[in-house]
Design a protein around this ligand. Sequence first.
Ligand code: PLP
Length: 387
Amino acid sequence: MRKQLLFIPGPVTCAPAILEAMATPMIDHRGPEFARLIARIETGMKPIFGTQGDVVVLGSSGTGGLEAAVSSAFSPGQKVLACPVGVFGKRLAKIASTFGLDVEVLETPFGSAVDPRALATRLRADTSHEIAGILLTHNETSTGVQNDMAALAAAIGTHPATTIVDSVSGLGASAFEMDAWKFDIVVTASQKALAVPPGAAMVAIGTRGWKRIEKATCPSFYLDLRRAREFAVLGQTPWTPPVSIAYALDVAIDRYHTDGASNVYARHDRYARAMRAFAEAAGIELFSQPGAHSVTVVAMKVPAGIDVSAIRGALRDRYGVILGGGQAELKGKIVRMGTMGDLGADDVGFGIDSFASVLREHGHAAANAAAVDAARAILDTTLVAAG
Ligand SMILES: *Cc1c(COP(=O)(O)O)cnc(C)c1O
């Protein structure tokens, strides 16, 4: 297969060193080497989550981490306030209703972030503290929207609900302060900003989170966080872990800290700004509202008369450039271009240039050289450093 550049928001292009780590021979997952490996992952993830709490590694995709959080933290019949801003937020609400929780939805139009005032108002009205849980999405991959988590944390204030945050496509790409923001359980996965193949979810749990988990009675077995904690103490996981993914995560976390979080944030931000600059110059409307833009995925409205699947197919077949389409109700309406993964500024430039060529061929003349240059002007500031 020819080389492809993945611009989908997970799985992402992995660096050769990550893929090579996956070829490391197997070890005993109940032995001392694995205990050291998992300890390095847990320790290395803590500053990325912004927590001094625990981090447990689960053999699952991101959804498994979310299911682990919800099923371990709540009891059937408890009320939770879900705050979806897109398809993944709705999925989190669906997990909660699947486990018998009473789900109330704080509605936000797709393309916008949660309004912190709306959340504060709803919680202020909950004087008897009926709301036992709050479900938030840090970065909504389906709409290219990022919530202002500091503002949402402030809106929650001293309300005692257990807060669960889906940061599957956010964590690592921009600052996250789980402890300072007083979030109880935060979930991420290997295949997004950490740029490792899919297979592991990581769940961070604070002291109060564990207290809530101890009292919860929703059924759970494979993804039970209590069991995960019992084994984490021994340097193990309850079930056979994805050992190869653990090797890759170990290398990825080490590289992350070597690069420096602020440089990683700056890279995602720069790529996202370049993609948005291209869209703006090419007369392509962004799906996300100003002030709500994600740094890991840029969602663009498809210009009228253009067939998304034809564009994506041409990009894939002729350039090896893979863009995401819209999910669920957004199918056919948007294209999504992710910034995560082992992408240099030249790769992003190539992706945008290819996208522009295909758009022009499909009749969108405004995707011209000037529009590509608008993106390159932002990317060029790092070409030397990335080279
Ligand atoms: C990718 C993603 C998930 C998890 O999806 P999986 O396919 O289960 O890994 C959850 N939430 C968000 C916001 C995501 O981007």
